[in-house]
Design a binder for this molecule. Sequence first.
Ligand code: ADP
Ligand code: MG
Length: 225
Amino acid sequence: MSIELEQITKRYGSGAPAVSDVSFKVEDGQLVALLGPSGSGKSTILRMIAGLMHPDSGRIRMHGKDMTRVPTQKRNVGFVFQNYALFKHMTVTSNIAFGLEVRNWSKAETKERVRELLQTMQLADKGDRYPAQLSGGERQRVALARALAPRPEILLLDEPFGAIDTKVRIELREWLRRLHDDFHVTSLFVTHDQEEALEISDRVVVMSKGRVEQVGSPREIFDEQ
Ligand code: ADP
Ligand code: MG
């Protein structure tokens, strides 16, 4: 499902807008990186695409349809956010099943979907563990599995690997790229790490001070630095 932002502006208070006249398109099935320093408006854009917050002006279209004011439950969007941690008191299996139970999937369908994701994420023997009993990399794989479980048409990732050490972060990047190639879910990935953005994505949107500075392929962005 494609995502199109048209002249999106969002202000939190009376100061400069957090996001100012932002337009870009994520084509169906692409993995796009939103790259920019802290405070450049990346998370605000993701929250608006998720429907957790609405823009002051502009439009958000998904698959051509105006979704600007549609509530989050009615958007088929999965998130892996920095501040969207796993449920600590729930096992890996229950964490992944959570979104399916909320959507009233049957017990049998839920069980099968969780089994499939545990397999894909190489977590088959970890289903009964609690988040505290996992490594950082495993936890982020569970977070990805939880986001993908209800078969979202859009996946939003907000610096999902930011808190993880370099070696594991590079592994997770490769995971995400592979998963994306298998599932083809339209994905928007936020990072402040240029190398990460260039390595993982089909296209890069470069943000600065709430505005889009540049949009291009990783090659084009790299050549202009
Ligand atoms: P990024 O994710 O690129 O770091 P954000 O979207 O979080 O950027 O923030 C963009 C700007 O909006 C920053 O100046 C930030 O301080 C401000 N901002 C973000 N969230 C809030 C909020 N809830 N209330 C007030 N200002 C906010
Ligand atoms: Mg942010």
